[in-house]
Design a binder for this molecule. Structure first.
Ligand code: GLU
Length: 457
């Protein structure tokens, strides 16, 4: 497989690993494998891609993956960086940086969302693209992995500016995207609205209506029933699977959810529907705590009428944002951005179970501390795979032209998630390692097998 690089780039350095003593958690799993710990100072300064590689290296060593194929699995196959000049509403011109990283196409066309955020850079998009490749392998859908992003502050831009930016990005990436090549979807700060603009711009450029080039579209443009709720719903299903394995009772559990966008709000909603008391919620405008349980439907309705934010919510007491993660709860769902749980705050986390709705919310240093404390973490590449699973169903529906009911989609998505959970759980048990390393081992094995059998090297 040829590796194409279309941009200025820095090379990812692999962190060194140092042995540490293992200790058993209450699952009887070796909470820290000797290969899974490094000195904290070194690892917390890693960029997101390096931090991802550090944990991937641990998995590759543990499963004794041969180095030749591992070099291919861990290296992004294409990195595209574009400059996007946009006319702003005041007549001035601003140039934005846009990225698309194709990590792998070993298992199928590459798949992954597009995010709009000031923090977007090449390292972040590279990490997110790799996670997509592993997430699709774990979800057992026939895709490789990719991610896109534009460094911008969408909250300070008008709808017109966002539309021009989205169309410029689509035009710049029109030779990268394709129904059988690379299929974007929503991610942080993008939604069905942006996907509709992409379908329109891409269809104009390529000359033919092509809804299957993106997923997460509005229903009237070939979107799938159940896609909007799919990620949060899947996060809850993964949490319930873990709760059953740990023999906990959801009806006696308290949860905190960080982030109240699509993933956080729907995760909280499904926790509540399953009898888990959600006592803490937060977004970038505020954090809220109610020991009696927050009425999530009320919070969702409040946000809808309040420009999509929780600021001013009266159904709970306002607390410091950093206190949310440290609340006295059984279950914690970080559903915002990367690196929220770090070596600095991991020691103060009280939850016994963490289910990662966001991509990369737990740093490598925090993993070591939490593993040592016996906290079970259901990793992002497993827990939030419900979104891309229903994206796959959407793509299949677009290709066949036959559309399923919401009930049918949800039933299939639940089945897929339960199977993925069981697969990862079994690997983690067998290798006596954490669910994160177990997930990487499962994914690496699958992608490596595809690379070997295709033999393009
Ligand atoms: N952005 C979502 C994720 O990180 C969905 C990706 C997709 O549906 O392609 O999983």
């Amino acid at each position: 497989m040829a590796l194409t690089k279309i941009s200025k780039k820095t090379k990812a350095k692999n962190a060194t690993t140092a042995p540490a003593k293992g200790n058993e958690n209450h699952l009887g799993m070796n909470a820290i494998h000797p290969l899974e710990a490094t000195p904290h100072a070194a690892k917390e300064s890693l960029n997101p891609f390096e931090a991802m590689i550090r944990r991937l290296d641990q998995a590759a060593k543990l499963m004794k993956l041969d180095n030749d194929v591992y070099q291919i699995v861990k290296t992004p196959s294409k990195v595209v960086e574009v400059s996007l000049p946009i006319k702003m509403d005041d007549g001035s011109i601003k140039v934005y940086e846009g990225y698309r990283v194709i990590h792998s196409t070993a298992l199928g066309p590459s798949k992954g969302g597009i995010r709009y955020h000031p923090q977007v850079d090449e390292h972040e998009v590279k990490a997110l693209a790799a996670w997509m490749a592993f997430k699709c392998a774990i979800a057992d859908i026939p895709y490789g992995g990719a991610k896109g992003g534009i460094t911008c502050d969408p909250k300070s831009m008008s709808v017109g500016e966002l539309e021009r930016l989205t169309r410029a990005y689509t035009a710049a990436m029109s030779d990268i995207f394709g129904v059988d090549k690379d299929i974007p979807a929503p991610d942080v700060n993008t939604s069905g609205r942006e996907m509709a603009w992409i379908v329109d711009e891409y269809s104009k450029i390529t000359g033919g209506f092509t809804p299957g080039v993106v997923t997460g579209k509005p229903l009237h443009l070939g979107g799938s029933q159940g896609r909007v709720e799919a990620t949060g719903r899947g996060v809850c299903t993964a949490a319930l699977e873990a709760i059953a394995k740990l023999k906990m009772n959801p009806k006696k559990m308290k949860a905190a959810v960080q982030g109240f966008g699509n993933v956080g709000s729907i995760t909280a909603k499904h926790f509540e529907l399953n009898g888990i008391k959600v006592v803490g919620i937060s977004d970038h405008t505020g954090a809220f705590y109610n020991p009696k349980g927050i009425n999530i439907q009320e919070a969702i309705q409040y946000c809808a009428k309040n420009k999509g934010v929780l600021k001013g919510f009266k159904g709970a007491t306002s607390i410091k944002p950093e206190a949310l993660l440290e609340l006295d709860v059984d279950l914690l769902a970080p559903c915002a951005l990367e690196n929220q749980i770090t070596a600095e705050n991991a020691g103060r986390i009280k939850a016994k179970l963490i289910v990662e709705g966001a991509n990369g919310p737990t740093s490598a240093g925090a993993d070591d501390i939490l593993n040592k404390k016996g906290v079970i973490i259901i990793p992002d590449i497993l827990a939030n795979g419900g979104g891309v699973t229903v994206s796959y169903f959407e793509w299949v529906q677009n290709r066949t032209g036959y559309y399923y009911s919401e009930e049918e989609i949800n039933k299939r998505a639940d089945r897929w998630m339960k199977q993925a959970f069981t697969n990862v759980w079994n690997v983690a048990q067998k290798q006596k390692t954490s669910m994160r390393i177990g997930a990487y081992i499962f994914a690496l094995g699958k992608v490596a097998t595809a690379i070997r059998s295709r033999g393009s090297y």
